[in-house]
Design a protein around this ligand. Structure first.
Ligand SMILES: CC(C)(COP(=O)(O)OP(=O)(O)OC[C@H]1O[C@@H](n2cnc3c(N)ncnc32)[C@H](O)[C@@H]1OP(=O)(O)O)[C@@H](O)C(=O)NCCC(=O)NCCS
Length: 189
């Protein structure tokens, strides 16, 4: 079972199939998908979220290969009113993904969610390192890596919804994450 997590402003709820309709309302926008993995279809189909949750995400969660949360504001936590999502994934180079609905971007909210799921990755799941690729053009996502103490360890070309783009691989080890936390670093706005 994936746990419910909390940050100062957010509740992170384990993904459920019932979340599909809300995600379908707020996720399929070019500004959100353009720097996501090319596996995301575009134009986005009307049943895109439902089939992704049902056939990919929920089975991966059941296998304990992925951990997936929808994000709700504490000030309006209604079950079907999530504002974004974040997930963790086993594997060598791509351990975390996230998106935030456009009206809620730029408030430091995803940085808060990242702090919570990084704790989960290292403290609850006991992983040793977290690595994420991101397009060089994805300034907001790269900024989150910087703000949360990650290091850029390499570059490669990757396929995104908007085409093949130069990407950076960002990394942080369990030791680095704990040292940063013990030092009292806070990255939320
Ligand atoms: C990436 C994403 C999740 C960020 O969510 P968010 O809640 O807006 O993130 P935060 O507010 O916590 O942090 C974003 C940071 O990037 C900065 N930023 C955003 N756009 C920027 C720009 N064009 N130029 C410079 N800085 C920018 C913000 O100012 C903020 O940094 P700050 O706190 O130092 O001011 C959101 O933009 C999104 O959903 N993008 C589309 C999906 C995506 O690309 N996912 C990641 C794939 S690797």
């Amino acid at each position: 079972m994936t746990n419910v997590l909390e940050t100062p402003r957010l509740i992170l709820c384990p993904l459920q199939i019932e979340d599909a309709a809300r995600t379908q309302e707020i996720f399929p926008h070019w500004e959100i998908v353009k720097h996501l993995n090319a596996i995301v279809p575009w134009p986005y189909p009307a049943d895109g979220v439902l089939t992704y949750y049902r056939d990919m995400a929920l089975p991966a969660i059941a296998r304990r290969d992925e951990w997936y949360w929808t994000l709700r504001l504490k000030e309006s936590p209604e079950q079907h009113k999530h504002i974004g999502a974040i997930h963790l994934r086993r594997g060598p180079n791509n351990n975390r993904g996230f998106w935030m609905g456009i009206p809620w971007q730029g408030r430091g909210l995803m940085t808060e969610a990242v702090e919570a799921v990084n704790d989960y990755w290292f403290d609850v799941l006991g992983m040793n390192v977290l690595r994420v690729p991101k397009a060089v053009d994805n300034v907001a996502s790269r900024r989150i890596s910087e703000k949360t103490g990650m290091r850029m360890v390499g570059t490669e070309m990757r396929d995104y919804v908007s085409g093949q783009l130069l990407s950076e691989i960002w990394e942080i080890t369990a030791e680095e994450w704990r040292a940063r936390r013990n030092f009292g670093a806070k990255s939320t706005k």
